[in-house]
Design a protein around this ligand. Structure first.
Ligand SMILES: [Zn+2]
Length: 269
């Protein structure tokens, strides 16, 4: 099987479909009004995404599936040293890669030298599908490096890495929707994945909420480590974004790229 081709084609297919459907959904069932004109936000978020992709290409960072194939060919990693049933290696890979994202996300919030990089993602004064691509190039690089490291340690199978990538891509896009599922659907999905309603709490401007719901796909790590919440601190009064960044300046491409070099802005007023 040509895993490289399957990985890139599936990535774009899942990303574009999920993005378009989420954009249509939030246009019809908008949860909250936006402060900044949509055209400017979307243009600059995609320019940032382009910069991140270009940066990753320039430094030739291994894709997750490539890392799995390298581990397989070289006999590296736990699953190539210890006989493991395929189904178990697949399941452990799904869980371990999601746990890696949870752990990295917590580190981005906890470590003072990492927070300014991740702050770029949180400093959008609005919330819609486009913050799913609003990540500083350094954050994309560090997250992918952590994934690749875990894949090499495990000797993770390409099928498991591929499935984890599809799930993560799909959930990352849909959980940034500015729309909510009907409560009956939400209640069924909530034990299985972090929905948009749950992830939006993580984008609250309250410090307490911002340190909840760190997960990417599964809510189980937040449950296990005591960081899960279903209710924002200020309830319906919750605001998204970061204090000090509730203006159009936070949307500039250069501002987003250089933000990790700047001290945090003070809250206005
Ligand atoms: Zn965060």
């Amino acid at each position: 099987m040509d895993w490289h081709r399957l990985e890139s084609q599936t990535f774009w297919c899942v990303f574009c479909s999920a993005f378009l459907l989420t954009a249509m959904w939030e246009t019809r069932h908008r949860n909250r009004e936006w402060l900044i004109p949509t055209g400017k936000r979307w243009t600059n978020h995609f320019l940032l995404y382009f910069a991140s992709s270009l940066w990753r290409m320039m430094i030739a960072l291994m894709s997750p599936v490539t890392a799995a194939l390298v581990a397989q060919q070289s006999g590296w990693g736990l699953f190539h040293q210890v006989r493991t049933p395929n189904w178990l290696a697949f399941v452990v890979t799904l869980l371990a890669l999601d746990l890696t994202k949870y752990g990295m996300h917590r580190l981005f919030h906890a470590l003072p030298f990492l927070w300014p990089i991740h702050r770029v993602h949180h400093s959008d004064p609005d919330f819609d599908v486009t913050p799913s691509v609003r990540f500083h190039p350094l954050e994309s690089f560090l997250m992918q490096s952590a994934d690749v490291g875990m894949i090499l340690i495990l000797g993770a199978p390409a099928a498991g890495v591929f499935a984890a990538g599809v799930l993560s891509n799909l959930v990352n896009v849909t959980q940034h929707a500015n729309a909510d599922l009907p409560e009956a659907v939400e209640a069924r999905l909530r034990p299985l994945m972090l929905t948009a309603r749950m992830h939006r709490i993580h984008h609250s401007d309250s410090w307490q909420d911002e340190h909840r719901n760190f997960g990417e796909v599964f809510p189980w790590w937040d449950g296990l480590f005591g960081t899960y919440t279903r209710v924002p601190e200020r309830g319906a009064q919750m605001r998204v974004g970061l204090e000090g960044y509730q203006d159009e300046r936070s949307m500039g491409l250069l501002e987003m790229l250089l933000q990790p070099l700047h001290a945090a802005r003070r809250p206005q007023g």
